[in-house]
Design a protein. Structure first.
Length: 101
């Protein structure tokens, strides 16, 4: 029998994947490679790679914090609320876009 916790966890994972996919689509439109996957523990994550410098990559998570869904860096620092997608895109691009010489 499935527990309420398992159902809630599955619903949370589906929501996280939807937010990560939206961010990934926006980042790909800006020229980055983005793919939704999951950690070895099954937590949804977005793997983002610079197409200009493939050695530059980052992982982004989506999770609730204080009742609001946020995008998070792996070191538990907030990037932006998920409803502020342009802000999140700008911050991730800022990390993965090399400065022009």
């Amino acid at each position: 029998m499935t527990s309420i916790g398992e159902v809630a966890g599955a619903a949370t994972a589906v929501t996280a994947v939807a937010h990560l996919q939206a961010l990934g689509d926006s980042l790909q439109a800006r020229g980055l490679h983005a793919r939704v996957g999951e950690t070895s523990g099954g937590i949804p994550q977005l793997i983002v790679v610079s197409t200009a410098v493939p050695t530059l990559s980052e992982v982004v998570f989506a999770a609730q914090g204080e009742g609001t869904w946020w995008f998070w860096w792996p070191w538990a620092e907030r990037i932006a609320p998920v409803h502020e997608l342009p802000t999140a895109v700008a911050r991730v691009c800022g990390v993965l876009t090399p400065p022009r010489a």
